[in-house]
Each structure stands twice: as C-alpha cells, then as structure tokens.
Write a protein that binds this ligand. Structure first.
Ligand code: GMT
Length: 375
C-alpha cells in the first residue's frame, strides 16, 4: 500500500503522531509519502520506504498572505499522480483535510480519485475549527473525507457536538512506542537535581491552553514542602509568563530549568518523578502518555480526553481545570511517599503499554484496508 501523510512538521502532537505512524508503516514495508511545509521533526528520512515532499509556496508581491493551501493541494495532486498512491491520510483538519478534498476534485477530473482519511487531533475541533472564519470549511471537509478518526472518545463527542457530522467517527487512540523507552543507561539525574531532590517536569508548546502559569504555581507550592526542581521543555508564546514568574520569584531561578525544544526528550522524561499537565483543553494528552512510557506519573487537570489516559489514583491524579491547590496537594502527597511513587511509576508504565504502537498500528492498517475496499 502506498500512503500519503499530510501533517504539520512541528513538535506538536498531531505532527508527532503522524510521523510516528508513518515511520511504523514504513518499517512494515508500506511506501509512505509525507507532504508538509518542512521535514517533520522526528522523521527518519534515511528509511528507503519514506519519501518527503516539501510544499513549495511561491511568493508574489500581490499576495498579502501566501496561498499555502493552493500549493498544498497542487502538491498532493502531483504526488498522487507521480507515485500512484492508494490513500491519503490528513492529520489535523485545517488545512490538510480541506486541501486534500481540493486535490481529490482535481484527481477526479483524471479518473484518479483516491480515498481520504482525516484524523481529528483536538484544537482543529475544539479551538481553531470553532472560529466562524474556519468552521464551515472544517465541517465540510470532515464530511467529505472517506473515513474519519478521532484520537479519543472525548474528541469524538466534541466533534459531534460542535459540527454537523454525517459520517461515522472511529476512535483510534494515540499510541506510544515503548521500545524507545527501555534503555535508561544515559539518564543522568544528577545533571538536573541533587540526590535528595525530586524532579517535576512539564512539556508543551507553551500555548495559553497549557496553563504554564499553573505549572509554575504548583511547583512553587510543592517546593515549600518537598525539595525539588522543575524542568520545562518546549517553546511558545507563554514563555513570557515563565520569565515574568522568574522575575517575581528570584529565589526559584536556580530551581527551574528551561530547556527549550530538545531532541532527547525521552531521556529527560525518564529521570523525572512527576509530569504536570494542568491544561484547559486536551483532546488526548500525548505528552502525558510519553511521560508514562518513561515511568513518570502524571498530575493533570481532567480536561477533554486526559481522563482516558491518566487514571485517577492509579497512574497519577486529576483535578478540576484550574484547581491549582488540589494539583499541588496531589503532587506533594505523591512525592512525599516513596512507596506510592514507586507504585505509581510502575502503574504509569503499565498504562503506557496498553497504548503501545503494536496494539494501535493494526487498527490503522485495518481501517486503511476497509476504506480502500469501500471506496
Ligand atoms: O496540544 C497542542 O497544542 C498541539 C496539538 C496538535 O494538534 O498538535 O495537540 C493535539 O493533538 C495531540 C495529538 O493527537 C493531542 O495529544 C493533544 O491533546 C491535542 N491538543 C489539544 O487538544 C489542546
């Protein structure tokens, strides 16, 4: 099977899921063509079954905005024709499902139409897709897809609530390749904390929905009771809030490490004790699953699909969105009890194994085959 994957190249969850999925399919012998504006962050381009096609946006003085969607649909059309693809898989509705629909119209003219699968990831439905500027086009392109998948039950529910969707939505949860987390020989905890300190970690794109100010406040509360350090990984608009917090809390400067975007994410997760995710919205929480795969329990809000991943009292603790006090108290409780922490680290790993790639990949393969058969 030859599959075209349309995705964002960034470190964000949808791009990561698309890339990991494509690489796993390539490892199983499928020919996988990535179409994106840049080389996806984690893509192993040395795999002979992986092809990358950069969308080339031509600038012109007349354009106030570059017409990325037109360049994208032209590129999809060209790649399908050149490489004789069997199926397109759009990750994130805007603009991928929409541009794929346009490409399909062009392909129809050549009697060369192919099936389109759209995977909904979260903010394309709950945030950006809600805006009147995009809503109708998003709803239309989702309905024009030949198969629709959603990364959690919660996102499926939100999609059906916010849009008039006329097709079945299949939930295929996000996944994790646990084999990437097995070797901790290079984990050097001492680089980040003293032996008597615990390590709290937060990983995100630091957008307002991630509530990084609450991460900082939780750490401030915890640090008063438990000797600890905080690691923040990622970049984004709310880095300003972090800087402001440090200015207001100079005594915590030496206790908070800001690492920006890192390639060795797993190694750092593996040496952490607790992952903080107080998000306002989260369709799934891939970052939490990555933490769990690295034996790190999660203290989170109960937003969206998080409760499908983080299980109360088992893999960590959940509180109402915005309940910083509860999340702080849960973190203190967990970090103050070695037996509980050891047990929850193991529970977190056990939960990550349930979401292992080996369990989810066959579901995608089956869905692809069924979609092609029914086309
Ligand atoms: O979380 C983000 O802001 C990035 C966003 C994305 O589209 O890349 O993540 C969304 O998709 C991930 C992968 O399916 C999910 O794990 C995240 O929960 C989801 N984010 C939100 O719903 C806010």
């Amino acid at each position: 099977m030859k599959i075209g994957i349309l995705c964002y190249p960034t470190y964000g969850g949808s791009g990561i899921v698309a890339t990991e999925l494509g690489m796993s399919l390539a490892n199983k012998g499928y020919e996988v063509h990535f179409i994106s504006s840049a080389l996806p962050a984690r893509l192993d381009i040395t795999n002979p079954n992986i092809f990358f096609h950069r969308v080339n946006v031509q600038t012109y003085p007349l354009f106030q905005y570059q017409p990325y969607d037109i360049a994208l649909s032209s590129m999809i059309y060209r790649v399908v024709n050149l490489y004789k693809l069997d199926l397109l898989h759009a990750h994130y509705a805007i603009p991928y499902a929409y541009a794929a629909f346009t490409a399909k119209q062009m392909l129809k003219e050549d009697n060369n139409d192919i099936p389109l699968v759209t995977t909904l990831h979260g903010t394309d439905i709950t945030l950006v897709g809600q805006h009147p500027s995009y809503k109708h086009a998003v709803e239309f392109s989702i309905n024009q897809s030949d198969a629709i998948t959603s990364v959690s039950e919660s996102l499926k529910k939100d999609t059906l609530q916010f849009f008039n969707i006329k097709k079945e939505i299949q939930v295929i949860t996000n996944f994790i390749d646990n084999s990437e987390f097995d070797d901790c020989s290079e984990c050097q905890r001492t680089q980040f904390a003293n032996p008597d300190e615990k390590i709290l970690i937060h990983v995100s794109n630091l957008r307002p929905v991630k509530r990084v100010d609450e991460v900082l406040q939780i750490f401030k509360n915890v640090e008063k009771k438990v000797k600890s350090k905080l690691i923040i990984i990622g970049e984004g608009p709310d880095m300003e809030k972090v800087n402001q917090f440090l200015e207001e809390n100079p005594d915590l400067i030496s206790k908070i490490r800001l690492l920006g975007k890192v390639n060795d994410l797993y190694k750092i997760l593996q040496l952490s004790d607790v992952f903080l995710l107080p998000s306002e919205q989260e369709s799934f929480g891939l970052a939490a699953l990555e933490a769990m795969a690295a034996y790190t329990p999660v203290i989170s809000s109960n937003a969206g699909g998080i409760p499908e991943v983080n299980i109360q009292g088992e893999t960590g603790y959940l509180a109402e969105i915005g309940n910083v006090e509860a999340m702080s108290n849960y973190t203190i409780k967990l970090l103050s009890n070695e037996d509980l922490l050891t047990q929850m680290k193991q529970n977190a790993k056990d939960q990550a194994i349930k979401f292992d790639l080996q369990n989810i990949l066959p579901i995608y393969e089956k869905m692809y085959r069924t979609t092609i058969e029914n086309f």
